[in-house]
Design a protein around this ligand. Structure first.
Ligand SMILES: O=P(O)(O)O[C@@H]1C[C@H](O)[C@@H](CO)O1
Ligand code: HPA
Length: 296
């Protein structure tokens, strides 16, 4: 194993104090104290355009931060207001398939925790497994199946940092029921069509899935599949942040051996663009409604 702290097998070398230094760098440049964190998935990078009073940090300019390498992920941390609420937004995230160890994929969540967030909203692009889903649907996550963790890769592996949370953490209640209810009401208020509630399966990527794998996911209760989000949720749960996540269903997964529905990243980006107005409307109103939300 090399010692550059970037290999998949490398142990997390960042202490609480190391993460605090990153947060302090950001605090030295901006007075806003964010209450909510937002992670924008592929094709949903237009959401920060709704923010006001922003201060933008390209990832490359934040000391000891990773950089984004995926098309559709801009690679900026933006602090400002959304619907009057102070927030910190990741315009683009890090993925396991980029070659980052999971502790690095989730580093920004710990930075956000130290900045003061108590709620995390995450979005992603995902393939629809559930046959009743259509392209363009928005699926609220009620749970997940994490094939990456089941296969032995978890962002909390390595020495535990007690200042963030305990060694062993329960994640059976990862998607906060109260925020989920609020999100459903928000979508209803706006008359947004194609809203689903389902189970997100996480694979490592970057290859998509075989038909047999997709059929297995369906049998296990999966409704959609993607390559992100759950690592960030585990890390947020570990340090006591409430989570809400949604997937934009960008393609129908190939459940049959007939060569139809072959997924590709360009189509995924296109669907993100096509649905961006509804997604923006939803996120804007959700944050307005979350302004009154009391974290228990
Ligand atoms: O960050 P997300 O999950 O939106 O990234 C997308 C969806 C898949 O994970 C990957 C392939 O399109 O990019
Ligand atoms: O079909 C998919 N599989 C995995 N990840 C994805 N992200 C968008 N669509 C997909």
């Amino acid at each position: 194993m090399c010692d550059n702290n970037s290999c998949v097998g490398c142990k997390n070398p960042y202490t609480y104090e190391d993460v605090e230094k990153i947060a302090n760098f950001l605090r030295s440049k901006v007075d806003i104290k964010p209450r909510i964190g937002l992670v924008c998935g592929t094709g949903l990078g237009g959401i920060p355009a709704l923010m006001t009073d922003t201060v933008t940090f390209p990832y490359g300019e934040i000391p000891n931060f990773p950089v984004s390498t995926v098309a559709g992920h801009d690679g900026k941390l933006i602090i400002g207001y959304l619907s009057g609420t102070p927030i910190v937004c990741m315009q683009g995230r890090f993925h396991f398939f980029e070659g980052y160890p999971l502790w690095k994929v989730v580093l920004p969540i710990r930075v956000m925790k130290i900045l003061g967030i108590s709620i995390l909203v995450l979005s992603n692009a995902a393939g629809g497994i559930n046959s009743s889903y259509s392209i363009g649907d928005i699926m609220f996550l009620k749970d997940h199946i994490n094939f990456v963790a089941l296969g032995g890769h978890n962002p909390l592996q390595g020495d535990n940092e007690e200042k963030f949370g305990p060694r062993f953490v329960a994640i059976n209640d990862s998607y906060d029921r109260e925020i989920l209810k609020l999100a459903k009401n928000t979508a209803k208020e706006l008359g947004i069509k194609g809203v689903q509630e389902g189970v997100y399966c996480c694979i490592g990527g970057p290859s998509f899935e075989t038909v047999a794998e997709l059929r297995a996911m369906k049998m296990l209760g999966g409704d959609a599949v993607g390559m992100s989000t759950v690592h960030e949720v585990i890390t947020a749960m570990h340090c006591g942040i409430k989570c809400f996540a949604f997937s934009l269903i960008t393609n129908k997964c190939p459940m049959e051996y007939d060569g139809k529905n072959t997924p590709n990243h360009e189509e995924i980006l296109d669907v993100g663009k096509e649905r961006q107005d509804d997604v923006r409307k939803f996120v804007e109103r959700l944050f307005k409604n979350l302004a009154q939300f009391k974290v228990k």
